[in-house]
Design a protein around this ligand. Structure first.
Ligand SMILES: *Cc1c(COP(=O)(O)O)cnc(C)c1O
Ligand SMILES: [Zn+2]
Length: 500
């Protein structure tokens, strides 16, 4: 549909013009910095930054009902720049002109309600939001669409040229970064650093296919991150980790979509997200806060952060109930099937501490909790979910296990509805499913397969069948007839089928 076909009163709002006054703000000393340059930490005190719009108040002047219609009408546009995360342009990157927006099909991922069987098993009504259905098969695309649109904008302004975009990754950040950077080939090149042996073959294939320079580094993600930080301090590179506040802006789209998906009624919603480097939960909190402050939603949903026992620094921090006595201590991670969240020293921890405080204060009561789950629970819940129509990855399983834990702890009550972040596509982590099915987990994972959840292919090769087809050598005539009948009989026997 074309904007000209829309009702007259909504028409002026449909295609946004660049506006707003974005600044990087230091969460420690409060200093503001202009966005003409890429900046990752406060030049004064070294703390991480968030991007704030000094002209945000203009958005509060538009009534909630008008906002709802703006977003709903934008849904019908065929304009690529507004089909993805920039449907919420005013809240994500109001200064970015639409012709600088990079759209590769990200965002607006399906929200799929769990069937009755699964809801009963979990003890709560819930939906999965399938962020594995993004272009590189994880939610990281949301942040990259924002970060690369901004870089594209700077290139067009002549502020930067010949960009080398770089990131450390547990697998999905590098896949997303390499994909979005490759769309700007040859003006942007990318390089990614991965912990050697700690990403799945599927994840490794992604930046390779996108043409990035791929470096495997000994150690875990936290070690890669230190090298990348060092490179970004000493060399002229564009850092694409969630330390880059533009990533956070893009990932806020997740909260805006949930708001729109549920008709802006979030009173009884419980949003569940896995926590690794804590960029995702930062963005989810900030997104809801911005919609709340603009009056677009009337209540702040509950948020449950979930961590594996094998990588739980954020859980440990909030385990201390007395806020005065909380002290952040990085942990040494041990192997986890939620491999993309296997992070002991999350870069966004200062942002989390700040935003949790703001969120709970504005809500007037505690609305955010962090729970921990076992590796066993992560795998079991992933497999149970996928046996009931879902495509959850291990982190989706972690989130579901976290919702169940939160329900059991009484953090989530009767009548509340879970919205679970399935952060990546199950296929990226199919190796863990295979390890479960074949009982191949090394002891440090602490995972014992439940026979009810395992599965394996059955080779049908009756011994009495002399001839079978092979590639290039089909059977014909009686041989082929016999083959089809014998194989059919064998399958019917295994499945205990009744004759018609
Ligand atoms: C990155 C990632 C996470 C963790 O998100 P953070 O922003 O690092 O907390 C969880 N699941 C998947 C699939 C990821 O790629
Ligand atoms: Zn500072």
């Amino acid at each position: 549909m074309k904007p000209a076909d829309y009702p007259e009163d909504i028409r002026p709002y449909i295609v946004p013009k660049p506006e707003g006054n974005l600044n990087y703000r230091c969460l420690d000393c409060g200093e503001n910095y202009g966005i003409e340059k890429l900046l990752y930490t406060c030049p004064k005190c070294g703390q991480v930054l968030l991007i704030y719009d000094q002209a945000f108040d203009r958005l509060k002047k538009i009534p909630a009902a008008t906002w709802h219609r703006i977003f709903d009408y934008r849904k019908m546009l065929t304009l690529p720049a507004l089909k993805g995360i920039y449907r919420y342009h005013e809240f994500i990157g109001p200064v970015i002109p639409l012709d600088a927006v990079i759209y590769l099909g990200e965002g607006h991922t399906p929200v799929v309600e769990a069937n009755g069987f699964l809801q009963e098993k979990a003890g709560i009504r819930f939906y999965f939001k399938n962020d594995g259905q993004n272009p590189s098969a994880s939610f990281k695309d949301r942040g990259m669409a924002s970060a690369l649109s901004y870089i594209h904008y700077l290139i067009r302004q002549g502020q930067i040229s010949d960009v080398l975009a770089i990131c450390a990754s547990t697998g999905d950040t590098s896949a997303a970064a390499a994909l979005y950077a490759s769309y700007l080939n040859p003006r942007v090149k990318s390089a990614v650093l991965l912990p050697h042996g700690k990403v799945t073959p599927q994840q490794l294939s992604q930046p390779l296919g996108s043409g990035a320079a791929v470096f495997e580094i000994p150690g875990v993600f936290d070690d890669c991150m230190k090298v990348v930080e060092n490179l970004s301090e000493q060399y002229n590179v564009a850092l694409l980790n969630s330390k880059n506040a533009w990533r956070i802006l893009g990932q806020e789209s997740y909260s805006y979509e949930i708001s729109q998906d549920f008709e802006y009624d979030l009173r009884d919603k419980v949003v569940v997200v896995p926590v690794g480097n804590a960029g995702n939960i930062t963005a989810v909190m900030n997104g809801f806060l911005k919609f709340y402050e603009a009056g677009i939603i009337e209540s702040l949903p509950k948020i449950i952060g979930v961590q594996s026992r094998h990588a739980n620094p954020v859980y440990r921090y909030y385990r201390q109930a007395d806020a005065e006595r909380r002290k952040f201590v990085p942990v040494t991670v041990t192997p986890s099937v939620a491999q993309a969240a296997m992070i002991g020293n999350p870069v966004s921890m200062p942002r989390v501490i700040h935003l949790v405080e703001v969120y709970n204060r504005l809500a007037g009561k505690q609305r955010i909790w962090v729970v921990e789950v076992t590796e066993q629970a992560i795998m079991d819940w992933e497999l149970i979910a996928n046996k009931n129509g879902h495509i959850a990855c291990t982190h989706g399983g972690e989130s579901l296990a976290g919702l169940v834990a939160a329900r059991q702890l009484g953090l989530v009550g009767d009548g509340e509805i879970g919205v679970i972040d399935s952060t990546a596509h199950t296929l990226k982590f199919s190796g863990f499913q295979q390890m479960y099915f074949e009982d191949q987990f090394p002891p440090d994972f602490d995972i014992t397969p439940d026979p009810d959840l395992t599965n394996a292919p059955v080779l049908v090769r009756p011994k009495d069948l002399a001839k079978v087809p092979t590639p290039g050598n089909p059977l014909t005539g009686e041989d082929f007839k016999r083959f089809v009948q014998r194989i059919s009989d064998e399958i019917a026997k295994i499945l205990d089928l009744e004759k018609t």
